[in-house]
Ligand binder design. Structure first.
Ligand SMILES: CC(C)(COP(=O)(O)OP(=O)(O)OC[C@H]1O[C@@H](n2cnc3c(N)ncnc32)[C@H](O)[C@@H]1OP(=O)(O)O)[C@@H](O)C(=O)NCCC(=O)NCCS
Length: 172
């Protein structure tokens, strides 16, 4: 999935994060991750993926949380003092011959907090950081059969880009 940050066809942002949420939905704030958020992040990821990857998330925290900048962002969405979602993104230079651009490589919202605009808020926040870092394009990659994340990214204006993934087995 490859897209300009604000393509002409992109839908307008919601007037507020909770515009699509139930009337009593708590306000959501997006901020940089903190060490004490990590357990909640690991829980959300394990609910979504079915695998608890504690070491992986600790290493991501060291690379994107402790070493945060506009180029390296690990952000969480917080409602009622609880982490309800997160996004991780990084500016990468000249990969695959491409000028610097932002990559979003993880985004998750807790299942009971979805469809209230939190995913949109997280993506907007990470894209704001990318703009601050001076890049004008954001990219991501997703599994072909993950129609939920595809619907989400499409709703944000992301479109198929000029790169294709290739892979092969290294066994045998
Ligand atoms: C994708 C995800 C981040 C969206 O979070 P969210 O808080 O529900 O997103 P939003 O409320 O901002 O939704 C924005 C738009 O996405 C689309 N969308 C979200 N959920 C959808 C669903 N279940 N079906 C169809 N479209 C959907 C809609 O167009 C929606 O806009 P609308 O509510 O005005 O129709 C969340 O569903 C999630 O965490 N899914 C699992 C992610 C995953 O698989 N991660 C692993 C790969 S990194």
């Amino acid at each position: 999935m490859i897209a300009k940050l604000a393509p002409p066809g992109r839908r307008a942002s919601r007037p507020s994060a909770a515009a699509g949420a139930p009337r009593d939905a708590p306000a959501v704030a997006v901020r940089p991750v903190r060490l004490d958020d990590l357990d909640a992040v690991i829980r959300i990821d394990s609910v979504v993926t079915g695998i608890e990857k504690r070491d992986y998330w600790r290493s991501l925290y060291r690379r994107y949380g402790e070493a945060a900048s506009a180029e390296r962002q690990f952000l969480v969405a917080v409602a009622n003092d609880a982490v309800v979602g997160f996004v991780i993104g990084e500016v990468r230079d000249w990969e695959f011959g491409s000028p610097p651009c932002g990559w979003v490589f993880a985004i998750d919202v807790r299942p009971d907090a979805r469809l209230g605009g939190t995913g949109t808020r997280l993506l907007e926040a990470v894209c704001a950081g990318f703009r601050q870092a001076g890049v004008r394009k954001v990219r991501t990659m997703l599994s072909r059969d993950n129609t939920l994340i595809l619907s989400f990214f499409r709703s944000q204006g992301m479109m198929t880009g000029p790169f294709i993934p290739l892979e092969m087995d290294l066994d045998g």
